[in-house]
Write a protein that binds this ligand. Structure first.
Ligand SMILES: [Ca+2]
Ligand SMILES: [Ca+2]
Length: 124
């Protein structure tokens, strides 16, 4: 009985996925969903311009380009802790660190709104 219910849920999830893929909102969903390891957004609540970052190894630093000094929210899909730097090459002390698999819709209360210029993936 329990087995049957689990299978039922799986079928429902698959149906929902295919509906989303075919629906008119598919593109809007993709625009604000972070496909890569880490994403920064220009505005609060994952709005505005988006910049996506890959995870290619520990302790790698990535410069922020599109939303340099503009990031106001973030999504971290990676298993890494992501450190935020006000400087361009992850130099000096980081100003904020995002936990693995976390998101933050407003960086203001972390004191790091519109500041991020580079990010670094570190082991949690
Ligand atoms: Ca901003
Ligand atoms: Ca900066």
């Amino acid at each position: 009985m329990k087995r049957a219910r689990v299978r039922g849920a799986g079928v429902a999830a698959l149906t929902l996925l295919s509906l989303m893929g075919a629906g008119p909102t598919a593109q809007a969903e993709a625009a604000s969903s972070c496909a890569l390891a880490f994403c920064l957004y220009e505005h609060d609540k994952f709005e505005g311009a988006e910049e996506e970052f890959m995870f290619e190894g520990w302790n790698l630093c990535y410069s922020v380009a599109r939303v340099n000094n503009k990031a106001s929210s973030m999504r971290n899909n990676s298993a890494a802790r992501v450190q935020f730097y006000n400087t361009s090459n992850c130099s000096g002390a980081y100003g904020y660190a995002a936990s693995p698999s976390s998101s933050d819709g407003d960086l203001t209360n972390n004191g790091f709104d519109n500041k991020t210029s580079s990010i670094k993936y570190v082991r949690p």
